[in-house]
Design a protein around this ligand. Structure first.
Ligand code: GRF
Length: 203
């Protein structure tokens, strides 16, 4: 049986599409069981429908965080995902979600964590003057972009960069990193030692 992914997004959905492409190309042995958006107009939701995937909108506006997460847990459980991928999902999860799927929720963040967590990571990197930034795929815990790191990719910051040009370069790295991290987690060939995700040697 193929392993099942659930994708949570709020907007454009380019990481979701990169994951879908990796599956299509045979680089990721999984299927997308459901795509859920908390925003009705999310482009990623439309793309999911176009791709013939199960696309669910669970609007979050005006819903208390715990109540929302309880609804999310109910919806996710109907699809029985092995791994839940946050892909531009613009909400902090409460323990209601995290405890229901501990160790199985992944997020992608556009910086080399622990530098520049939170919003506008690319702008933070540019303003700080770092010469390298990048992206991080990590397990989600109760903190803000704080869980154990699964995959990182470094990207140079160039002198003429704007937030847009840097974001674009980082996004390209994100599209390669996310499927790689998902593949590792689905394979189970790792062990978490404190904060460290250690790869197990192939037999
Ligand atoms: C990405 O930069 C991701 O790292 C961040 O939100 C953005 C989502 O982009 N968490 P997209 O919706 O996947 O195109």
């Amino acid at each position: 049986m193929k392993k099942k992914l659930a994708i949570l997004l709020s907007g454009r959905g380019s990481n979701f599409e990169a994951i879908a492409r990796a599956i299509e190309a045979g680089k990721l042995n999984a299927e997308i069981a459901v795509v859920i958006s908390n925003r009705p107009g999310a482009r990623g939701l439309d793309r999911a429908k176009e791709l013939g995937l199960e696309a669910v909108c669970l609007p979050s506006r005006g819903v208390a965080r715990e109540d929302y997460d309880a609804r999310l847990v109910d919806e996710l459980k109907r699809h029985n995902p092995d791994v839940i991928c946050l892909a531009g999902f613009m909400r902090l999860l409460t323990p209601v979600m995290i405890e229901a799927f501990r160790g199985r929720i992944l997020n992608i963040h556009p910086s080399l964590l622990p530098a520049f967590p939170g919003l506008d990571a690319q702008r933070q990197a540019l303003e700080h003057g770092v010469r390298f930034s990048g992206c991080t795929v990590h397990f989600v815990d109760e903190g803000l972009d704080s869980g154990p790191i699964i995959v990182q990719a470094a990207v140079p910051v160039k002198d003429g960069d704007t937030v847009e040009s840097l974001s674009e370069r980082i996004l390209e790295a994100e599209h390669a990193a996310y499927p790689r991290a998902i593949a590792l987690v689905l394979s189970g060939a790792y062990r978490t030692e404190g904060r460290r995700v250690v790869r197990l040697k192939e037999k």
